[in-house]
Design a protein around this ligand. Structure first.
Ligand code: PMP
Length: 368
């Protein structure tokens, strides 16, 4: 082979499409309402903010690399053994570490059609091959996943509820998937939006991760806890998976402000319930309002809605996005998820939500 003129990444790296986060830029002079990244419109618990600020007085000292206080707080809240918990720099880091540890060149990682984009990136980064299973009604199809399991499958990533669709799988279906998967396949249940779900047939998979040898459940502090800027996630995993991940986890992967804020946040149950109650009320109100405008809305159990637009020129998702942005209403285009004619909006404050409804009414009426 020809000598390389400069360092080149290993095969596969340049096949990765850079993750582009939800934007937050609006025209000058317009008050922005950021509804593009499924953040909590109420911010974070005041106790968590105070804890993060207090951590600023100790910046010369490394954080607790074993995250013992936070793991103990999570363990207390959910009644489980802290040894089964690993914390990450956002749950993204946990997903990446899982891929790094279990997937190598030639191996496959499986996820569904409109699954969270980080799965593809994590699989490719690990040198593996992403395999995609089609969905039904924007919902994960367990049979389609099972049909794509091969000798090389190492991980199935499943967001439940899923982003960007907002749909979920009842726990019976999760159990059916787990029971039918070969025991060597790791099932990663990404429950980033679990706290928002109000359905009797839903479960995050935490208990399954405590009992099955091939199930991991991941959570985040970025959504209902409102700590996205600090980057904090956690997972519950079988002991052998914890042992594996601990070998590759960077020694101080979670910073001290995040660790302190996480403890305070998880103890502030009132903040969480108020956020969830607001979300539940507005998910329903917004769905009704958008449907009344003639738009399609996929039923969502998360803190965001996927809104479908007509293909008529002048009425498309792309044009609606531009119209909303001009009014300072920042939502998420999701063409990179294979959904070119839908937008995803986070459920915001009452004010922001009402502004979006009014703006879309004007947009569809063709005015400004
Ligand atoms: N999983 C899903 C399904 C998500 O939507 C997100 C956030 N966009 C994450 C994981 C990652 O969250 P974080 O890294 O902020 O914990």
């Amino acid at each position: 082979p020809r000598p390389l003129a400069r360092p080149e990444p290993r095969p596969g790296v340049l096949a990765i499409e850079t993750y582009v986060p939800g934007k937050s830029v609006v025209p000058p002079g317009v008050t922005p309402h950021k509804l593009s990244s499924n953040e909590n419109p109420f911010g974070a618990s005041p106790a968590a903010i105070a804890a993060a600020k207090a951590a600023m007085d100790r910046l010369a000292v490394y954080p607790d690399g074993s995250a013992s206080a936070l793991r103990a707080a999570i363990a207390r809240k959910y009644g489980l053994d802290a040894k089964r918990i690993v914390v990450g720099n956002g749950s993204d880091e946990l997903l990446e570490m899982l891929a790094q540890a279990y997937i190598g060149p030639g191996d496959e990682g499986l996820f569904s059609e409109h699954g969270f984009l980080v799965y593809r990136i994590a699989i490719l980064t690990a040198g593996g091959t992403p395999v995609v299973a089609p969905e039904r009604d924007y919902t994960t199809d367990v049979d389609a996943i099972l049909a794509r399991v091969t000798e090389r499958t190492r991980i199935v990533f499943l967001a439940n509820p899923n982003n960007p669709t907002g749909t979920y799988l009842p726990f019976d279906e999760i159990r059916r998937l787990q029971a039918a998967l070969p025991p060597r396949v790791l099932l990663v249940l990404d429950a980033a939006y679990a706290e928002y779900v109000r359905r009797n047939d839903y479960a995050s998979g935490l208990e399954l991760a405590l009992t099955a040898e091939n199930v991991v459940m991941t959570r985040t502090f970025s959504k209902v806890y409102g700590l996205a800027a600090l980057r904090l996630g956690w997972m519950v995993a079988p002991a052998h998976v914890v042992d594996t991940i601990e070998r590759i986890r960077p020694p101080f992967n979670v910073n001290a402000a995040a660790l302190a804020a996480g403890v305070a946040a998880i103890e502030d149950e009132a903040f969480v319930s108020a956020s969830v109650a607001h979300n539940e009320e507005w998910a329903e109100r917004l769905t009704t309002a958008f449907e009344a405008l003639g738009l399609g809305v996929t039923p969502s159990v998360g803190n965001f809605l996927m809104i479908h637009f007509p293909t008529t020129p002048g009425r498309t998702a792309r044009e609606a996005d531009a119209f909303l942005t001009a009014r300072g209403l920042v939502v998420r285009r999701i063409e990179s998820y294979g959904l070119p004619n839908a937008l995803r909006m986070s459920i915001g404050t009452a004010e922001a939500n009402e502004l979006v409804v009014a703006a879309l009414r004007d947009f569809l009426a063709g005015g400004d």
